[in-house]
Write a new protein. Structure first.
Lengths: 245, 225
């Protein structure tokens, strides 16, 4: 059985009757993947920073909260987390909020659940890096800041965190790349990002190789763009003289 | 909120155990094949021949740049055709399982290659020189001096990777292979108890992962002594 290549299929109008070609579907998939990756990474940075700082505070409850967060979200497979955020969490919300959520357009529901899942999950990984980065700061930096009259919050905001972020740019780059690949799991709850569109194209065109090749190249291009972007940031803000920078 | 229907879970215990067997089967095969192929790749990537080195680097870069979901879809597309072309397989053979095993083995080879390379890289250069000065061939130095030490250095990271593999096997959902998670959701959808089933599945994965992480820590502490 010989496979018949037919690249022209990508330029054909879609079978659902909309004024799109299959290439437009792939493009909208790429847009969704990029959107999800960037939003989730932003959320992950916030979550990771907050819980990473909590772990370094001299309060037992703060440390325990951070440890629980990491254990919970790193111990459960990502696909289970996607299902829980999408199917279970809306049911646990107060009725009014849950009803409002379920009345949203499907795409908004898929995207918001995906951003939350990926952001909170990746936050638990970034938390560990922020914690390690903060632990690697010499003790004197915090003490010097406090001695100068900074509050603890100010010491973190103006002294410790800025340097920490500049030293963990390498691991953060890896997390950015990982989040772009993990975004493909969002197709399991129905978000039509790149890999979801790949499967939809196979259903409609029966030309799996063309569709998979395009999508795989799309992920590679995204990987490359993230690497380039992060390298640019590292060249400008990385701490000079460190092995990783 | 719905509660877990323990009776339904108990009735489905055989199905769920079969699912867990599939999950553990993929995990085990991925680890064994991944370590074996990964070691070969790591040795190749340190070879003095540029062609072999570049080949190993390209392999690792390719597999690490494609999302696991896409890899599974790719191999579920390619492997069944490959098998059909090579053997006259009876239709009872589960091509989904074979596809998943191949995909995970080849992917984890790339990850273990990086881990082993880091293990070898952590050794002082003098080890290789000393082994060769004692009259060992390069292959013998690798086999008897470098690799045993590299494996010991990489044990904690490798074990962490094994836990990641155990969790990642749940992604075979995308090729409709009946592993533990897929069967849990199937039962939940059948009985209208999806949410409790999801929570039970998550708790099971969490319990296994957390136990393994604790064991890794213990082992790490013993190795460090």
């Amino acid at each position: 059985m010989e496979y018949i290549w037919h690249w022209g299929v990508l330029l054909q109008p879609v079978a659902t009757g909309e004024p799109d070609t299959y290439l437009d579907w792939l493009y909208s998939g790429l847009v969704n993947t990029v959107l999800l990756t960037v939003l989730a990474f932003a959320l992950a940075l916030v979550m990771g920073t907050v819980f990473g700082v909590l772990r370094t505070l001299p309060h037992r409850a703060a440390k325990a909260a951070s440890a629980t967060y990491v254990s919970l979200f790193r111990g459960v497979p990502l696909i289970v987390q996607f299902f829980v955020w999408f199917f279970a969490v809306p049911e646990w919300l107060p009725d009014s909020l849950g009803d409002w959520l379920k009345a949203l357009p499907p795409h908004a529901q898929f995207l918001s659940a995906s951003v939350l899942t990926l952001g909170v999950y990746t936050g638990s990984r970034i938390c560990e890096q922020v914690r390690a980065g903060l632990a690697a700061r010499p003790r004197g930096q915090l003490h010097a800041a406090l001695a100068l009259g900074f509050t603890r919050a100010q010491a973190y905001r103006y002294v410790l965190l800025p340097v920490t972020f500049r030293t963990i740019l390498g691991p953060l780059t890896s997390e950015f790349l990982i989040i772009s690949k993990n975004s493909a799991v969002a197709s399991t709850i129905g978000l039509l990002e790149l890999s979801g569109q790949a499967r939809q194209l196979v259903d409609y065109t029966a030309q799996p190789y063309e569709s998979f090749i395009c999508v795989t190249l799309g992920y590679m291009a995204l990987n490359f763009a993230i690497l380039r972007g992060m390298r640019w940031i590292r060249a400008r803000t990385g701490v000079p003289g460190l092995m990783g920078n | 909120m719905q509660t877990i229907d323990w009776q339904a879970l108990y009735d489905a215990k055989n199905v769920l155990l079969a699912g867990m067997v599939v999950t553990l089967q993929i995990t085990t095969v991925a680890i064994l094949c991944g370590v074996a192929l990964g070691t070969a790749l790591a040795v190749l990537s340190l070879s003095p021949y540029r062609l072999l080195r570049n080949g190993a680097h390209a392999y690792v870069a390719l597999f690490r740049s494609i999302p696991l979901v896409m890899l599974l879809l790719w191999f579920f597309l390619i492997v069944p055709q490959f098998l059909k072309a090579l053997f006259d397989l009876p239709s009872s053979v589960d091509v989904r399982l074979i596809s998943a095993l191949v995909a995970f083995s080849l992917l984890e080879a790339a990850f273990f290659c990086e881990i082993i390379r880091a293990g070898i890289g952590s050794l002082p250069r003098g080890q290789m020189y000393a082994a060769q000065a004692l009259g060992m061939t390069p292959a013998q130095s690798m086999r008897y001096v470098i690799l045993p030490q590299a494996f010991r250095a990489m044990v904690p990271i490798a074990l962490t990777q094994c836990i990641v593999i155990f969790q990642d096997t749940s992604l075979v959902y995308v090729i409709a292979l009946g592993d533990f998670f897929r069967r849990m959701t199937a039962i939940g959808e059948r009985d209208g108890t999806l949410i409790p089933m999801l929570l039970f599945a998550g708790a099971t994965y969490w319990a296994v992962s957390t136990t393994l992480i604790a064991m890794t820590r213990l082992l790490q502490a013993r190795l460090a002594r």
